[in-house]
Design a protein around this ligand. Structure first.
Ligand code: ADP
Ligand code: TMP
Ligand code: ASP
Length: 241
């Protein structure tokens, strides 16, 4: 894989290469991890599915006017992006109560959240990505209030676009996580990936969970869910093309 460029980082789901053009190549691994990588398993086809889903979604978001890092597909396992200085924040948007928030509040999963919630988690594997307030990000982690405002606005705009797309695909977008980075000129743009690893997606009719919760909580074969998400998003995008 030397052809991609210099290997600069290996994370839980992807490997990053720096190209001679100054851009990045994201290689999508076949591993799924959960609970800060305490649970880990390889699934043939996962990298290809997440790459395809993410790429289709970035192209779609770009058309709706959201600035994204995605430049182009390289092959069936990797895409090229702008190289950014990442903000150390995971931005979670919640439309429906689920996951860690349902657990923390001891409330029933599935309750609607109006208006949608935006939460910040400080991105740190060692600390287990703790939930943090705006004030903590500003006072302790030296993030700027203006940047946090931009993150919230961009996350909510992305939510509206994604909800529309997934609805056409027969899927409920319960919640999802986004990451953002800054360009050399200081512009904040959407980065990383948007896939069933990072979104909770439920079948509109049956309520079946088609995302990484299948792996996290042993709900069924992971790839059966991911293949469905991929096919349905592809079909939904063709409808409007
Ligand atoms: P993790 O690092 O959380 O284990 P991944 O395995 O998905 O996650 O690794 C991808 C890494 O690339 C993440 O740390 C993410 O913040 C970073 N990243 C995503 N997009 C960009 C970008 N455009 N420029 C620089 N870094 C990026
Ligand atoms: P949570 O309910 O576990 O906090 O997750 C909220 C959303 O964020 C859910 O769609 C899954 C996604 N997520 C990630 O993408 N990466 C993570 O490390 C975690 C914990 C959640
Ligand atoms: N992405 C995290 C991990 O790999 C947690 C998760 O998605 O549940 O551990």
């Amino acid at each position: 894989m030397a052809a991609y460029g210099e290997r600069i980082y290996e994370g839980k789901a992807k490997i990053l290469y720096k190209t001679s053009r100054g851009t990045l190549v994201h290689f999508f691994k076949d591993f799924a991890t959960a609970f800060n990588a305490q649970k880990k398993q390889e699934f043939e086809g996962k990298g290809a599915a997440n790459l395809k889903i993410s790429s289709m979604i970035f192209e779609y978001l770009k058309r709706t006017g959201i600035r994204v890092h995605f430049l182009k597909l390289i092959d069936e396992r990797s895409f090229e992006s702008e190289a950014l200085t990442m903000l150390p924040v995971e931005v979670v948007v919640r439309n429906i109560l689920a996951g860690s928030l349902a657990k923390r509040l001891q409330e029933k999963e599935g309750l609607p959240l109006h208006p949608p919630l935006v939460e910040f988690y400080y991105k740190s594997d060692e600390k287990g990505d703790p939930l943090v307030s705006d004030d903590i990000l500003i006072a302790l982690y030296k993030q700027s209030p203006a940047d946090l405002k931009t993150l919230k606005e961009m996350a909510l705009k992305t939510n509206e676009a994604l909800k529309k797309l997934f609805d056409r695909a027969g899927l409920i977008l319960a919640d999802f996580k986004l990451e953002f980075g800054k360009t050399a000129s200081g512009e904040i743009i959407l980065a990383d990936e948007v896939s069933p690893d990072t979104c909770r997606l439920w079948d509109k009719v049956s309520g079946e969970k088609l995302d990484k919760d299948r792996f996290r909580f042993d709900l069924g074969d992971l790839m059966t869910g991911y293949r469905q998400v991929c096919a349905r998003v592809e079909a939904a995008l063709k409808e409007v093309a």
